[in-house]
Design a protein around this ligand. Sequence first.
Ligand SMILES: [Zn+2]
Length: 182
Amino acid sequence: MSNSVLPGDKIAIIEEYEAGSNACDDGHVVRATVIGESEVDKKNRLVNVKNNKPISIPEKDDIVIGTVEAVMGSMIAVMIKYINSRPVKSQVECICATRNIRKKNVALVKDLVKLKIIGHLNGAIHATIQDPELGVLFTKCRKCGMGVKPLRDIIKCVECGWTDDRKLSNDFLKTDFLKVRE
Ligand SMILES: [Zn+2]
């Protein structure tokens, strides 16, 4: 038997059960201290709250898709929207080194990019953009903000004709990810 509970929710009276993990008693009732599922442990007369999985964190070799939040000298920071094609709501960022990519503009802020996670280091999630399938999935003209189309290994604005470069994914413009951009 389990129920969804919020912090402060009454989950038992102390005559029945004692506070187990993620629970406390106020002298009368046992209350949840976290968001989760309350579970009664009849054998030990405890009521526990099982923590809901907090947020989705990508692991090594996961493919993530996200929007570029910042472009720094030799890396980009990306807000992850999908992990292995599954949408994630949590606000998780990864960083991706771009110094090995021979492009003037690997990706711009707000571009949609596909990356592969290489691991966690010093509290940050690191990703690579190097494989052919990885790179920019959706971008706009830097000059006028209109759509672009690939032209050999560069991109060209359909509106003003401005040419630019990006580290494009093989999937560039093939997938309809416009909806995640709103
Ligand atoms: Zn343009």
